[in-house]
Write a protein that binds this ligand. Structure first.
Ligand code: MTE
Ligand code: HPA
Ligand code: MOS
Length: 824
């Protein structure tokens, strides 16, 4: 009898032979000398763990179901929102009678119709589900309409009589900080005598910078579908990074116990942090309607409303004053970051903390004081976005590195390397010892060589000397990113494992899938532990009734936490099966309990001559017939981490992930237009759980980071209305923005020094910050106009306009007009 494993192996052998041929052909085309030749590790199964995303085929054929694809009863209601047209004011009149009378309208709700909590602030209070009296931003939800069609609901919204007593809005976070208008108190981290360090310094560099925000631009917008259940509860299908929090908020808004609410997430069409807290309000509103009407309710925000109503990456205003020695090595100083939080706390406390934790990036700050303010402005409440404040914090020190290099007349890379954490300076300003500094050093050296940094540096200097208008720039920037939720309690995860009597395996865990490949990785973990092929293991949708009280899938820790929980469940079940096999199978021959293992679809005991093998399917059958449970749950909590916010010291991160990027750009200094000519990346993921997926994360993260710092510009008008509210006015990078030469590699041979899942490292957010190399390269190109005596201030996004302004300023100061040089 052929075992399940064998059948499966044969089936996959066929499939992979086909796809290997197809891939070969595709590789041939990609490697052609077109503008997009890419020297990345090809997506083959050459590496045993380099498996395709569990939904890859469904993604590209359109069979992957997103919220709007879910079939729903014919009488499903469609919900539309009324959004505030003013940034700040008082709602003085709300007359909804005409709305109720509009064709197709079934229900209309405002704050007075909420039976339970009306404040749905995720961590701290401050987010009313509907405007009560005070209006805090353009886009805030005033009321909602449920109708027979989406169109009817949207048209009905317009019929309301809304009167608002408008008040002056504050849109400037620096002004807010000066007036001490904060959503949360200021926090300080300090190590040593920073004032003394400044006094003793050979040189002091100081400046300020504005770092722009970012729209998430997930392909699937905010969406949910809510069904009423027969016992006063609801089932919520939502595009959501945090199902447990949505469960809690929906229950509180309805005034029912948590167990009456089930939340399910199969996948998101992208989250990027924008669905960590800000997917919940829509689920709460749809749940209210579902309960009031007894009908299924659907919310799908139109893109422009999504962009106006939800928060973005926090814009930051940063300041730095750092003392350095003659060699440009930082002795100490002070850094102040002001996060523009929008109107309410949301996750801003943790986000500004993470900006502070990363204001050193990979460099020792010496004796430093880092202060973080959380400014309140009248915009949507800014929220999590890939990097979670870390990128905005790192921009301070990367700006300083370039400034120091220009002041002392050395290459910025030399200055960066001198400032890296090193054996005599290995502790951060918040007291954490930085492990694996040798890895960072090796990684940067390897990239320096593979990218030909110094040869290209010379070539660029020569090119610029002869090229009065087009200037080239080059930069290498590192990344050190702390892995763990800084809110300690979130660092936990659960998993639920079922083995069915045909031997097939179902695993469920607390993490959500947003395209990052988490389910693929967890499936690989279970397959690896149980000695099975990955197609014998299936992951079902994330559901609050399977694994309870979960953390958001965020902080890049989805695979770290849930992978360990899944592994825990597998190990427990395995031990039970081993005990059973030892006691009950082949009792006359006996099976060696000590050395039992699950491998290649078998339970194997003993070695060599005495090795015994029982096919997995047989083992499972026998266990079932002997009434042994084939189900298990797993749990994991990250050890060692702690942070005392009262003193600003601790070890908030289990470990750090590292990476570095080299970018080369060409800038037309008469127009400010530029292009990215080449990018080389080397990124640390420890022992990769899946190199194919990790490479995709590194490439995607870098491009998203590059977009943030270059083309993605959020614009509000004077009245506080977001005017960049669609793809026509807000430019995200697309396929054509890929650098023509894009060499992306994963660092090899450096497993995680901490006992993470199979010594891998988190990959979701860290590569985002590799995009800083492009920004630094732009500054480098501009610095050539000043003969490298100065790097101009370059706020972000560094759009062509900003680049041109910086070029003009330098030209005026250094009298570096091209025509004088015999130019054009
Ligand atoms: N990759 C894709 N394709 N889509 C996403 O929405 N989100 C990023 C990152 N990579 C995201 C993504 C963010 S913000 C985080 S925190 C991590 O994935 C979350 O998933 P993980 O913890 O499983 O890595
Ligand atoms: N990262 C991402 N999301 C979070 C965090 C964090 O550190 N803390 C709370 N939510
Ligand atoms: Mo990611 S910003 O932690 O969801």
């Amino acid at each position: 009898m052929r075992t399940l494993t064998k059948l499966n192996q044969e089936a996959t052998a066929d499939v992979s032979a086909d796809s290997a041929a197809a891939r070969h052909e595709l590789d041939g085309r990609i490697k052609g000398d077109g503008p997009l030749a890419r020297d990345t590790v090809p997506y083959t199964n050459a590496h045993p763990h380099a498996q395709a995303h569990e939904s890859a085929v469904k993604h590209v054929t359109g069979r992957a179901a997103y919220i709007d694809d879910l079939s729903a009863p014919a009488d499903t209601l469609h919900v539309a929102m009324s959004l505030s047209p003013v940034a700040h004011g008082r709602l003085t009149r709300l007359d909804l009678d005409k709305v109720r009378a509009m064709p197709g309208v079934v229900d209309v709700i405002a704050v007075g119709d909420v039976p339970g909590h009306t404040d749905i602030g995720p961590v701290f209070p401050g987010d009313p589900i509907f405007v009560e009296e005070e209006i805090s931003y353009v886009g805030q939800v005033i009321f909602a309409v449920a109708a027979e069609s989406h169109r009817a609901a949207r048209e009905a919204v317009q019929a309301a009589v809304v009167e608002i007593d408008e008040q002056p809005a504050c849109l400037d976070p620096v002004a807010a900080a000066e007036r001490e208008e904060f959503v949360r108190p200021t926090h300080v981290q300090q190590s040593g005598d920073w004032e003394h360090a400044l006094k003793d310094a050979a040189l002091v560099v100081e400046d300020e910078q504005f770092v722009g925000g970012q729209e998430h631009f997930y392909l699937e917008g905010q969406a949910c579908l809510v069904q009423p259940t027969e016992d006063e509860g609801v089932v919520v299908f939502t595009s959501n990074q945090h199902p447990s929090e949505t469960q809690k908020l929906v229950a509180e808004v309805l005034g029912i116990p948590f167990h009456a609410v089930t939340v399910e997430v199969r996948r998101m069409g992208g989250g990027f942090g924008g669905k960590e807290t800000q997917a919940s309000p829509w689920a709460c509103i749809a749940a209210l309607i579902a309960r009031r009407t007894g009908r299924t309710a659907r919310v799908r925000l139109p893109r422009a409303e999504d962009m106006r109503a939800t928060g973005k990456r926090h814009p930051f205003h940063n300041r730095y004053r750092l003392g350095v020695d003659e060699k440009g090595v930082i002795l100490g100083g002070e850094i102040t970051v002001i996060g523009d939080c929008g109107y309410s706390p949301d996750l801003s406390d943790a986000i500004v903390d993470r900006a502070m934790f990363h204001s050193d990036n990979a460099y020792s700050l010496g004796d430093a004081r880092v202060t973080g303010h959380r400014a309140r402005t009248h915009t949507a409440s800014n929220t999590a976005f890939r990097g979670f404040g870390g990128p905005q914090g790192m921009m301070v020190i990367e700006a300083a590195m370039d400034d120091i290099a220009r002041r002392i007349g050395e290459d910025p890379l030399t200055v960066r390397k001198r400032n890296f954490y090193r054996p005599d300076r290995q502790t951060t300003h918040y007291g954490q010892h930085v492990d694996q500094i040798a890895l960072l050093k090796a990684l940067v050296e390897q990239l320096e060589t593979s990218s030909d940094y110094w040869t290209r540096r010379r070539a660029i200097t020569e090119f610029n000397a002869d090229s009065p208008i087009v200037k080239k720039g080059l930069a290498l920037t590192p990344v050190k990113f702390g892995i763990s939720f800084t809110a300690k309690h979130l660092n936990q995860a659960g998993a639920l494992l079922h083995v069915y009597t045909d031997g097939s395996v179902m695993i469920n865990h607390g993490g959500t899938e947003m395209g990052q490949g988490l389910h693929t990785k967890i499936c690989q973990v279970a397959a690896r532990e149980l000695g099975l092929d990955t197609n014998e293991v299936r992951i079902s949708a994330t559901r609050t009734d399977k694994v309870p009280n979960t953390s958001p899938t965020a902080a890049s820790s989805g695979a770290d936490l849930n992978g360990q929980a899944a592994r825990d469940a597998c190990v427990k079940l395995k031990e039970r099966l081993f005990d059973f096999a030892h006691e009950h199978l082949y009792p006359d021959q006996g099976l060696d309990r000590e050395d039992m293992r699950l491998e290649a679809g078998h339970l194997i005991a003993g070695h060599g001559e005495s090795e015994q093998r029982i096919p997995w399917g047989e083992l499972v059958q026998a266990a079932y017939l002997n009434r042994i449970s084939l189900s298990e749950k797993g749990f994991y909590a990250t050890p060692l981490i702690h942070y005392d916010r009262n003193v600003g010291q601790g070890r908030p991160f289990y470990y750090y992930a590292f990476g570095a990027a080299v970018a080369e750009v060409s800038v037309d200094t008469l127009t400010g237009e530029y292009q990215v000519d080449r990018v080389d990346i080397l990124h640390d993921v420890g022992d990769s759980l899946n190199p194919a997926i990790d490479l995709g994360q590194v490439e995607g993260g870098f491009i998203q980071g590059m977009g943030w710092l270059t083309s993605e510009e959020l614009k509000w008008n004077e009245a506080g209305r977001l005017i960049s509210d669609g793809p026509a006015t807000y430019k995200i990078p697309t396929y054509g923005d890929l650098p023509p030469v894009f060499n992306v590699k994963l660092m090899e041979g450096h497993p995680n020094s901490m006992a993470s899942i199979y010594r891998s490292k988190a990959v979701g957010e860290p590569p985002f910050m590799l995009g800083m190399a492009v920004w630094s390269a732009l500054r480098d190109a501009l610095a050539s106009l000043a003969d490298y005596a100065e790097a101009p201030r370059l706020d972000t996004p560094a759009t062509p306009e900003r680049v041109l302004m910086a070029a003009e300023t330098l030209r005026a100061k250094y009298d570096a007009w091209p025509l004088k040089k015999g130019g054009v």
